[in-house]
Ligand binder design. Structure first.
Ligand code: CA
Length: 229
């Protein structure tokens, strides 16, 4: 799966440059021109990284960052700003930004910064994942099955693909669209509700092995995540 980046920037010329540079580097990119648009998009998609302009017509990047952090404490956020002093004080403090670049910037620099914060994010995920996951759930690639609490989980093909997608990104919220992409080669042939049905099936199988655990979490309006801690 290509990493998904959300760009929130009201100036089309800057957004275009970024879209071009990021797509060339193999990212999926969604552009929102307004803060409201970005929030709407995030209510049904998930991003691996967000590039957030500080000066937006309908809100400012700091406010938007705070609101995004209420629902998603993990996603790396990089600010775009015209004034260095403004961000310097704030990034990493109460706002929770991960990095910033000052306009004008070179697209190449921004892409490098994005790659760096994504690497940091995935490293900390790996560590968290390794410390809890191996005992509880693993993917047995040879047998094409998922082992939960020492037992192979009896899953249909779609359930297997969905649970594998969740396992590979344990701790992350995956939208129904992302789970559909993982499970069906032609996602347009299916509906959102089908994902819910398969999740229900997966939960029942996991429960039959460990009635005391329910590792799949529902995030209303967002999707599902796997929690193994
Ligand atoms: Ca702006």
């Amino acid at each position: 799966m290509k990493p998904q980046i959300l760009i929130v920037e009201d100036e089309p010329a800057i957004a275009d440059t970024l879209l071009y540079a990021l797509k060339k580097e193999g990212f999926n990119v969604h552009w929102a021109q307004l803060g409201g648009e970005a929030e709407e998009w995030l209510s049904c998609h998930s991003a691996d990284g967000i590039v957030l302009d500080v000066g937006l017509p309908d809100t400012n990047g700091f406010e938007l960052c705070k609101r995004i952090r209420q629902n998603n404490t993990q996603v790396p956020i990089i600010f775009l700003t015209a004034r260095k002093e403004e961000v310097d004080r704030i990034v990493g403090l109460e706002i929770g930004g991960d990095d910033y670049v000052v306009k004008p910037f070179s697209p190449r620099e921004l892409v490098a910064r994005i790659k760096a914060i994504l690497r940091r994010a995935s490293r900390s995920d790996d560590i968290a994942f390794q410390s809890v996951a191996p005992s509880l759930m693993q993917h047995d690639a040879n047998r094409q099955c998922i082992v939960f609490s020492g037992e192979a989980v009896d899953l249909t093909l779609y359930e297997y693909r969905i649970l594998l997608a969740l396992l590979e990104r344990a701790g992350h919220v995956l939208s129904r669209a992302q789970l559909m992409d993982a499970a069906w080669s032609d996602p347009s042939a299916s509906f959102d509700r089908a994902v819910d049905t398969h999740i229900k099936g997966i939960r029942a199988r996991l429960k039959s092995i460990r009635p005391d655990l329910d590792p799949i979490r529902t995030h209303r309006g967002l999707g599902y995540s796997l929690s193994l801690s």
